[in-house]
Design a protein around this ligand. Structure first.
Ligand SMILES: *[C@@H]1O[C@H](CO)[C@@H](O)[C@H](O)[C@H]1NC(C)=O
Ligand SMILES: *[C@@H]1O[C@H](CO)[C@@H](O)[C@H](O)[C@H]1NC(C)=O
Ligand SMILES: *[C@@H]1O[C@H](CO)[C@@H](O)[C@H](O)[C@H]1NC(C)=O
Ligand SMILES: *[C@@H]1O[C@H](CO)[C@@H](O)[C@H](O)[C@H]1NC(C)=O
Length: 471
């Protein structure tokens, strides 16, 4: 205990009362044990495997109970349920949270994929203002008028968009904004108020980044307003030049496409298409969606149905025959197939190490570099928060060896917590929460592992030479 470098006044925890246990029942909805089998897709009695695919147009979605896989609004660290590491509450160690590396998918939104046969409903986005304006870098310079995008349709435009209304596709919806704000308030309650890591005002030890997408930028504004409701200034949201961005598949790399081709040429991939032949053909004929882009994976159907259900709309019907509709049972099979695909892409396909390396390896390397700086006692940051996409969250969870990977849903987040303890052999420990709870992996629950072990788990996914790997 002597020589321990920080005192109680610095927020040392270790003697605080034990809070509620993780709800293991809800927790189970994240990890279907049979996800690596196509029976998971075809067995209709599985339904949504306890998942929720429904949210109103407005308001933060409140998955019930906390911890449930909720596609529209994944759970996140929340003070009511947050538990300190057992090593601190029940063990002999004392420790303090010294670093938080937080990654999240943006909140709920309109779809990327508009039905080729047309949408039988309009999407309305007048209730959300996507701001975009530019000014000089000084407060004494010109202060721009805050301008926001207002999408409209002009009947004299001869090109019809296939969907009515006032949205862009994709764009964050009002429910997404409200959900983001709640997400930020909850992060503050845990990591600011309770654990004292996030400062009361942004300072030079916090850092933010997003992809080039308006979706992730919109999320950042909402979430960080929840973290700092009263802050009056502006903040930098770091972005790489989009042609070389290490998130959201920014840089071009032919090995990404060729590896994906290999993955979608395997017997397992083809089996999942064979067992869903009749579903895909029914959906194709109702929705005019028979092209390869719609039939070759479940990405587009799932995206379209999720966006409807997560924003208070119904599943689609044929535009030409309103009695031909997608049923919830069809949608559930689509969602199960989507989950199967994500698990296959990032966990069980034979090329998975290379695929994670080419898609996400550079970004995984950036995360490791920040964790290594903490290990070396040289970190310039206490709190780093990156706003990205499902296509980033998936491979990172894959690199951690998650036991089963359902589609990383709206607002899903990974919190890398680094704790400094009075363990003389090994002072720095890591804990990785996925959507608020320790992630279950082939290495065990990442609830309390030496920081150097966490770095060793992720390191094989960082390519030695991405430029030559990409070809
Ligand atoms: C997943 O299923 C495939 C095909 O049955 C099998 O070859 C593979 O070993 C399984 N992988 C895991 C991680 O269970
Ligand atoms: C289908 O799923 C149900 C519920 O999870 C399970 O009890 C049953 O064994 C499954 N059937 C097959 C053939 O996998
Ligand atoms: C879109 O709105 C126009 C004009 O109100 C209407 O004629 C058309 O049927 C609508 N289309 C759909 C798919 O709802
Ligand atoms: C519309 O779909 C229903 C249900 O599939 C079918 O019974 C009906 O004949 C269809 N109507 C037309 C005009 O095709």
């Amino acid at each position: 205990m002597l020589g321990f470098g920080f005192g109680l006044a610095l927020g040392l925890v270790g003697a605080l009362p034990v809070v509620l246990g993780w709800s293991s029942e809800a927790y189970g909805t994240f990890y279907p044990p049979t996800l690596n089998s196509t029976f998971y897709i075809t067995n209709s009695s599985i339904g949504t495997y306890g998942g929720i695919y429904k949210a109103d147009k407005n308001g933060p979605a409140v998955g019930t109970p906390y911890g449930t896989y909720d596609y529209c609004s994944m759970p996140h660290p929340r003070v009511q349920e947050y538990e300190l590491p057992e090593a601190l509450t029940k063990g002999h160690l004392q420790g303090k949270l010294v670093h938080l590396e937080y990654l999240q998918r943006h909140q709920r939104r309109t779809p990327y994929n508009i039905l080729p046969g047309g949408e039988n409903q309009a999407y309305h986005c007048d209730n959300v203002r996507p701001y975009l304006y530019a000014g000089p870098d000084s407060e004494s310079g010109i202060q721009p008028l805050p301008m926001y995008a207002q999408t409209y349709q002009d009947p004299s435009n001869p090109f019809t968009p296939g969907v009515n209304g006032t949205c862009q596709y994709p764009q964050i919806t009002i429910g997404g904004v409200q959900d983001g704000y709640q997400h930020g308030k909850d992060l503050w309650a845990v990591y600011g108020d309770k654990l004292g890591l996030i400062p009361k005002q942004p300072n030079n030890r916090v850092w933010f980044r997003s992809s080039e997408s308006a979706l992730t930028q919109g999320s950042a504004g909402a979430v960080l307003r929840g973290v700092w409701p009263c802050y009056n200034g502006a903040l930098p949201l770091h972005q790489m030049v989009s042609s070389v961005d290490t998130v959201n598949e920014g840089y071009s790399c032919s090995a990404i496409g060729s590896t994906l081709n290999a993955i979608t040429s395997t017997a397992e991939w083809n089996e999942h298409l064979t067992v869903t032949q009749s579903l895909r053909s029914t959906l194709g004929s109702i929705l005019g969606a028979s092209s390869d882009a719609w039939q070759g994976t479940f990405d587009h159907f799932a995206d379209n149905f999720q966006a409807r259900l997560c924003n208070g709309y119904a599943l689609p019907c044929s535009v030409s025959n309103s009695s031909e509709c997608v049923t919830m049972q069809m949608a559930e099979e689509v969602f199960r197939a989507g989950d199967w695909e994500w698990n296959y892409y990032w966990r069980t396909n034979p090329y998975v190490v290379k695929y994670i390396q080419v898609v996400e390896g550079l970004f995984i390397g950036e995360i490791i570099a920040r964790l290594q700086a903490v290990l070396d006692g040289k970190s310039p940051l206490d709190y780093s928060h990156t706003f990205v996409h499902d296509g980033d969250i998936g491979p990172i969870l894959g690199s951690l060896g998650i036991t089963a990977l359902r589609w990383p849903a709206m607002g899903s987040g990974i919190a890398f917590e680094i704790w400094k303890t009075n363990d003389k052999q090994n002072p720095l420990y890591a804990r990785v929460l996925y959507s608020g709870q320790p992630v279950q992996t082939i290495h065990g629950a990442l609830d309390w592992v030496p920081l150097s072990d966490l770095i060793s788990i992720m390191s094989p996914y960082v390519p030695k030479d991405i430029v030559s790997l990409c070809g």
